[in-house]
Design a protein around this ligand. Sequence first.
Ligand code: AMP
Length: 121
Amino acid sequence: FAMAYDDQNIFAKILRGEIPCDKVYEDEYAMAFNDIAPKAPVHILVIPTGRYVSIEDFGARASAEEVQGFFAAVAKIVNEQGLTENGFRSIANTGSDGGQEVAHFHLHILGGAPVGPMVAP
Ligand code: AMP
Protein backbone atom coordinates (compact mmCIF):
# COMPACT_ATOMS: atom_id res chain seq x y z
CA PHE A 1 0.00 0.00 0.00
CA ALA A 2 1.42 3.37 -0.98
CA MET A 3 0.19 5.41 1.93
CA ALA A 4 1.39 9.02 2.24
CA TYR A 5 3.01 10.01 5.53
CA ASP A 6 0.74 12.11 7.75
CA ASP A 7 2.64 14.61 9.93
CA GLN A 8 -0.33 14.72 12.32
CA ASN A 9 0.01 11.06 13.39
CA ILE A 10 0.46 10.63 17.14
CA PHE A 11 4.06 9.38 16.94
CA ALA A 12 5.05 12.39 14.77
CA LYS A 13 3.64 14.59 17.55
CA ILE A 14 5.63 12.63 20.16
CA LEU A 15 8.81 13.05 18.06
CA ARG A 16 8.22 16.81 17.88
CA GLY A 17 7.62 16.92 21.65
CA GLU A 18 4.05 18.16 21.15
CA ILE A 19 2.62 15.38 23.28
CA PRO A 20 4.40 13.62 26.14
CA CYS A 21 5.66 10.06 26.27
CA ASP A 22 7.44 7.82 28.75
CA LYS A 23 10.77 7.94 26.88
CA VAL A 24 13.32 5.18 27.37
CA TYR A 25 15.79 6.00 24.56
CA GLU A 26 16.60 8.67 21.98
CA ASP A 27 19.34 9.28 19.45
CA GLU A 28 19.66 10.71 15.93
CA TYR A 29 17.99 7.70 14.30
CA ALA A 30 15.50 6.31 16.79
CA MET A 31 13.34 7.07 19.76
CA ALA A 32 11.75 4.58 22.14
CA PHE A 33 9.01 4.92 24.73
CA ASN A 34 6.76 2.70 26.80
CA ASP A 35 3.50 1.66 25.15
CA ILE A 36 0.54 3.43 26.75
CA ALA A 37 -1.39 0.12 26.90
CA PRO A 38 1.28 -2.49 27.70
CA LYS A 39 0.60 -6.08 26.66
CA ALA A 40 3.62 -7.52 28.54
CA PRO A 41 5.67 -6.52 31.62
CA VAL A 42 8.00 -4.71 29.19
CA HIS A 43 6.32 -3.18 26.13
CA ILE A 44 8.41 -0.60 24.32
CA LEU A 45 7.83 1.02 20.93
CA VAL A 46 10.91 1.88 18.89
CA ILE A 47 10.37 4.38 16.08
CA PRO A 48 12.69 5.88 13.49
CA THR A 49 13.13 9.65 13.67
CA GLY A 50 12.45 9.83 9.92
CA ARG A 51 9.03 10.01 8.25
CA TYR A 52 8.16 6.39 7.36
CA VAL A 53 4.66 4.94 7.36
CA SER A 54 5.55 1.28 7.85
CA ILE A 55 8.33 -1.31 7.95
CA GLU A 56 7.86 -1.68 4.18
CA ASP A 57 8.19 2.06 3.61
CA PHE A 58 11.25 2.13 5.90
CA GLY A 59 12.91 -0.77 4.08
CA ALA A 60 12.14 0.69 0.67
CA ARG A 61 13.08 4.34 1.25
CA ALA A 62 15.36 4.74 4.29
CA SER A 63 19.10 5.15 3.75
CA ALA A 64 21.57 2.47 4.84
CA GLU A 65 22.63 4.84 7.63
CA GLU A 66 19.06 5.24 8.86
CA VAL A 67 18.42 1.48 8.78
CA GLN A 68 21.69 0.73 10.57
CA GLY A 69 21.08 3.49 13.11
CA PHE A 70 17.58 2.22 13.83
CA PHE A 71 18.60 -1.39 14.42
CA ALA A 72 21.67 -0.38 16.44
CA ALA A 73 19.25 1.52 18.69
CA VAL A 74 17.02 -1.58 18.98
CA ALA A 75 20.08 -3.58 20.09
CA LYS A 76 21.04 -0.95 22.68
CA ILE A 77 17.49 -0.75 24.03
CA VAL A 78 17.01 -4.49 24.50
CA ASN A 79 20.39 -4.67 26.24
CA GLU A 80 19.61 -1.70 28.49
CA GLN A 81 16.23 -3.25 29.34
CA GLY A 82 17.84 -6.58 30.26
CA LEU A 83 15.91 -8.48 27.61
CA THR A 84 18.74 -10.38 25.93
CA GLU A 85 19.04 -13.10 28.60
CA ASN A 86 15.48 -14.44 28.39
CA GLY A 87 14.55 -12.96 25.03
CA PHE A 88 11.68 -10.87 23.76
CA ARG A 89 9.37 -10.51 20.78
CA SER A 90 9.42 -7.75 18.18
CA ILE A 91 6.36 -7.01 16.07
CA ALA A 92 5.76 -4.52 13.27
CA ASN A 93 2.03 -4.41 12.53
CA THR A 94 1.52 -3.20 8.98
CA GLY A 95 -1.59 -1.96 7.20
CA SER A 96 -5.13 -3.16 7.71
CA ASP A 97 -4.48 -6.91 7.77
CA GLY A 98 -1.63 -6.30 10.22
CA GLY A 99 -3.87 -4.21 12.48
CA GLN A 100 -1.62 -1.13 12.31
CA GLU A 101 -3.21 1.77 14.20
CA VAL A 102 -0.49 4.41 14.00
CA ALA A 103 0.95 5.16 10.54
CA HIS A 104 4.53 5.87 11.62
CA PHE A 105 6.73 2.75 11.53
CA HIS A 106 7.15 1.34 15.04
CA LEU A 107 8.67 -1.87 16.32
CA HIS A 108 6.95 -3.32 19.37
CA ILE A 109 9.38 -4.90 21.85
CA LEU A 110 7.58 -7.24 24.23
CA GLY A 111 9.23 -9.12 27.07
CA GLY A 112 9.84 -9.50 30.77
CA ALA A 113 7.84 -12.76 30.77
CA PRO A 114 6.87 -15.38 28.18
CA VAL A 115 4.68 -13.54 25.68
CA GLY A 116 2.58 -16.48 24.52
CA PRO A 117 1.73 -17.79 21.05
CA MET A 118 3.02 -15.82 18.08
CA VAL A 119 -0.46 -15.11 16.76
CA ALA A 120 -3.68 -15.25 18.77
CA PRO A 121 -5.60 -18.48 18.03
P1 AMP B 1 -0.13 -0.63 16.19
O1 AMP B 1 -1.45 -1.30 16.27
O2 AMP B 1 0.98 -1.58 15.89
O3 AMP B 1 -0.17 0.56 15.26
O4 AMP B 1 0.21 -0.14 17.65
C1 AMP B 1 0.03 1.15 18.12
C2 AMP B 1 0.44 1.12 19.57
O5 AMP B 1 0.63 2.44 20.00
C3 AMP B 1 -0.57 0.48 20.51
O6 AMP B 1 0.06 -0.60 21.19
C4 AMP B 1 -0.96 1.62 21.45
O7 AMP B 1 -1.19 1.19 22.78
C5 AMP B 1 0.24 2.54 21.34
N1 AMP B 1 -0.02 3.95 21.60
C6 AMP B 1 -0.99 4.73 21.09
N2 AMP B 1 -0.88 5.99 21.53
C7 AMP B 1 0.22 6.02 22.32
C8 AMP B 1 0.87 7.03 23.08
N3 AMP B 1 0.41 8.30 23.11
N4 AMP B 1 1.96 6.70 23.80
C9 AMP B 1 2.42 5.44 23.80
N5 AMP B 1 1.87 4.44 23.10
C10 AMP B 1 0.77 4.72 22.38
